[in-house]
Design a binder for this molecule. Sequence first.
Ligand SMILES: [Zn+2]
Length: 64
Amino acid sequence: MICNKCKTEMVNDCAVTSYMGVEVTITKKRKGMFNNSKDNVKACVCPNCGSVEFYIEKYDDFID
Ligand SMILES: [Zn+2]
């Protein structure tokens, strides 16, 4: 991923943790299915300006 602010290559795959040390997950309830879409949130960090972007890897699961 490229930084939106300074166009530097960002450092991918940084873990996102809360103050209690629990990983942040993102979920979406699915219509008519028992399983919810769920994935851990990851971040990439710009080593030049400190900008942070959040992303998930299993984004295909979130398509309706
Ligand atoms: Zn940057």
